[in-house]
Design a protein around this ligand. Structure first.
Ligand code: SF4
Ligand code: ZN
Length: 366
């Protein structure tokens, strides 16, 4: 896989661990029924931050055969359990089109009648530009259909760097010349060692930078996912790594950064270590500290900083002390910051919990 030959570290034991956990989890899985393969995993509309305004997102999660990296002998990433959503066998082109059409037809009236502008996010728990997962004719069918909806101003698709080519960018531009496009890349961190030895991403920073430049040449935006608190980092190391990543990416001119605080997904090495009390998801306090230290108002005019954590406020997601008022207050502050891109929202009035003292006294830095 791209870039791996250049990574001069032995990751054999990490890969073996991830691989064996997956083999066990996969044994318990069955194939999805025909009816399920003609429906997306999920789709929804909700309030979201657009480039220069508050609007709405329309998100569609398609079910495919799954991420090629996760299915390879490399085992996939240490925190990723999306392979459990994938079908065990191939999902046909017609089935993927039916999934998209189902969500699209269900929501199109709501979109056209809404006064807000929309961002459409198409996720497939893998790479939209991997033609083994999403055949070219399906990709083009979807892009063409989107191009006709005036209300949809922005599109986000996801891809690993190795599938982003000049040829595909030209094609995407041909379909969507009237919309802002961002390709979301799971870089996780700018640090090659953490990304590959702790996360097992199999991607080098230099490969990402090449793709970023390629996208810039084609006028296509790049959104970067950063993983907040990868395995084997404590709270402070996670904060430092994320600050360094955000600042580096802003200086490189990426369009959006989306921070994904770790959430414990089923069937992953992260879940195994968490269940043995050898890993704990990050604190909201750490995330807020990281956000405030990484950027200022000027940076946020150039780069959109996003964060919509899965499992937030629960023991499997980012949380503070798990007291209801404490978690909902942290979630509210984060939501208001993301929507407004105003850092002062992270300090907005709300419930002040006694757990902050415990956190500040660094009794929690493991
Ligand atoms: S995080 Fe992305 S690249 Fe890694 S295994 Fe999951 S879907 Fe594949
Ligand atoms: Zn608390």
């Amino acid at each position: 896989m791209n870039g791996n030959k250049d990574l001069l570290v032995d990751r054999t034991s990490l890969i073996e661990k991830i691989y064996s956990i997956k083999q066990n989890a996969q044994k318990r899985r069955t194939n999805y029924r025909e009816g399920q393969l003609n429906r997306p995993v999920s789709f929804w509309i909700k309030e979201d931050r657009l480039i220069s305004e508050i609007g709405k997102d329309f998100t569609i999660i398609l079910r495919t055969r799954g991420c090629s990296w996760a299915l390879s002998e490399h085992g996939g990433c240490s925190m990723c359990g999306y392979y459990l959503d994938a079908n065990k066998k191939d999902v046909s082109a017609t089935q993927i089109i039916n999934q998209f059409d189902h969500a699209f037809d269900d929501k199109i009236n709501e979109i056209t009648q809404d006064s807000n502008n929309f961002i459409l996010k198409i996720f497939n728990s893998g790479s939209f530009l991997d033609e083994i997962e999403i055949p070219k004719n399906v990709r083009n069918y979807i892009l063409e259909k989107i191009s006709k909806v005036e209300k949809i101003k922005e599109i986000v698709i996801e891809s690993r760097v190795e599938y982003i080519t000049s040829e595909k960018l030209v094609e995407i531009n041909q379909f969507l010349d009237n919309k802002h496009i961002e390709i979301a890349v799971g870089l996780e961190t700018v640090n090659d060692y953490i990304r590959n030895c702790y996360i097992n991403k199999g991607v080098l920073f230099k490969d990402f930078k090449n793709v970023l430049n390629l996208c810039k040449d084609h006028g296509v935006g790049v959104k970067v996912y950063l993983l907040f608190k990868p395995l084997f980092l404590n709270e402070q190391a996670a904060i430092d790594d994320c600050i360094n990543s955000i600042q580096t990416l802003i200086s490189l001119g990426v369009n959006s950064i989306s921070i994904n605080p770790m959430n414990i997904q089923k069937g992953t090495l992260v879940e195994q270590l968490w269940s043995q009390n050898r890993y704990k998801p990050p604190w909201f306090y750490s995330l807020f500290k990281c956000l405030k230290k990484s950027v200022n108002g000027k940076d946020l005019e150039k780069t959109r900083l996003l964060c919509d954590p899965s499992g937030a406020g629960t023991k499997r997601g980012i949380h503070n002390c798990l007291k209801r008022e404490c978690e909902s207050s942290a979630k509210e502050r984060l939501k208001h910051f993301v929507l407004s891109q105003d850092l002062s929202e992270l300090d907005r009035n709300g419930y002040e919990c006694t757990c902050k003292k415990k956190y500040t006294l660094k009794k929690v830095f493991y």
